[in-house]
Design a protein around this ligand. Structure first.
Ligand code: PLP
Length: 396
């Protein structure tokens, strides 16, 4: 990609642009304050204090205590740690775990791994909007259930899960509740006490922070042990010299994101709804995937009949628009996304999906341009589709 090409970046669920203020805050911790926080001299003290300050910011952002925040290498590590370590620590009580069919692979593949180790996992169904069915959750709870892991908001279709009700059920039944909040954290308000959350995963690069840094919130009293063995960092629960620049960047990103959350969400939501309205009105045979209102402020996900999402993506890319498709052809598989199948989309419609996720930098002009390009490209792709031709011949 040439530097000069103008890009409209609408793939903020995949990753975000690191804010310049975040980079600026990180830089001194590479070349100036490079001490190891575990060392005793003054230089190290600066690093140690910076790590502590970031921890305090993150704790405050979810109503937690600083000693309940553990730095990790991102969302995937946090999810793996929470689920595997809880399974290990609580297996005397039972070997049953409940999760949902629409989780991120960092949760799903971890659960599948645990099944091979002799744990039993219930994968809850969701409704047509992607919302976990609470009645099914109630029925799934057993005396040997040790953990419920349900995401705060879905990364593909943006649907918000009923986290508060799930947390309440977990608490009433004495079961640990973990939530993958990677998409929701610093985008929507979260309070770990009000929602009865015992463990929460978050990741820096989904909130305009750096990649490769995240945290796991672990409520005081939860027994889980270290996942990475070695030194005594992170109160002996996560070994390894702290990623000081990353931690500083995550703290700064969280601080900025929390301070602007309300107005950012309002702005993104207005543009998102404008995008959704126009696409549904101007492109025939199209549906919105995910909950119509109870969804992440920046997420729109469409299914266009009679086209391949991958072709749409490639042509959008040529037009300077970055989006994401619901099928996983790019990752070497022809299966459509597990999330789109879980909400009941037939394979052929799931294949024609497009996810667009906005940022605070997105403008109305961007959306106007993108809608125009979608209309043009979808029309062109359909004009080449034998399926569409048959459909039109049959008189619709
Ligand atoms: C991005 C994402 C992850 C993975 O986070 P990484 O920091 O990239 O490892 C996990 N869960 C959800 C919901 C995500 O969107």
């Amino acid at each position: 990609m040439s530097d000069a090409k103008r890009v409209i970046y609408l793939d903020n669920a995949a990753t975000t642009r690191t804010r310049p203020e975040v980079v600026e805050a990180m830089l001194p911790f590479f070349t100036q304050y490079y001490g190891n926080p575990s060392s005793v001299y003054d230089l190290a003290g600066v690093s140690k204090k910076a790590v502590g300050d970031a921890r305090q910011i993150l704790a405050d952002s979810i109503g937690a205590k600083p000693q309940e925040i553990y730095f990790t290498a991102g969302g995937s590590e946090s999810d793996n740690w929470a689920i595997k370590a809880a399974a290990e620590a609580y297996q005397q009580k039972g070997r049953h775990i409940i999760t949902s069919k629409v989780e991120h692979h960092a949760v799903l593949h971890t659960c599948q791994y645990l099944e091979k180790q002799g744990f039993e996992v219930t994968y809850l169904d969701v409704d047509e909007h992607g919302v976990v069915k609470l009645e099914e959750l109630k029925k799934a709870i057993r005396p040997d259930t040790i953990l419920i892991s349900v995401m705060f908001a879905n990364n593909e279709i943006g649907t918000m899960e009923p986290v508060k009700a799930i947390g309440q059920l977990a608490k009433e039944n004495g079961i640990l509740f973990h939530t993958d909040a990677v998409q929701a954290y610093a985008h929507v308000p979260i309070d770990v006490d009000a929602y009865h959350i015992d463990m929460l995963s978050a990741s820096g690069h989904k909130l305009n922070g750096p990649k490769g840094i995240g945290f796991l919130y672990i409520r005081t009293g939860v027994k889980i042990r270290s996942f990475i063995h070695g030194g005594a960092q992170e109160r002996k629960r996560r070994a390894g010299t702290e990623n000081v620049p990353g931690i500083v960047g995550l703290g700064k990103a969280a601080q900025l994101a929390m301070a602007t959350m309300e107005e950012r969400a309002a702005k993104e939501k207005a543009l998102r709804d404008y995008l959704i309205r126009r696409v549904l009105a101007e492109v025939p045979y199209t549906r919105l995937n995910g909950h119509p209102t109870d969804r992440l402020p920046n997420n729109a996900n469409f299914a266009f009949q009679f086209i391949e999402g991958e072709s749409l993506l490639i042509m959008l890319d040529m037009a300077g628009v970055c989006g994401s498709s619901g099928s996983a052809c790019t990752s070497g598989s022809l299966d459509p996304s597990h999330v789109l199948l879980a909400i009941g989309l037939p394979h052929e419609i799931a294949h024609g999906s497009l996810r667009l996720t906005l940022s605070e930098e997105t403008t109305r002009e961007d959306i106007n341009y993108v809608v125009g390009e979608i209309k043009r490209i979808v029309e062109r792709l359909r004009s080449m589709s034998p399926l569409y031709e048959d459909f039109v011949k049959q008189g619709r």
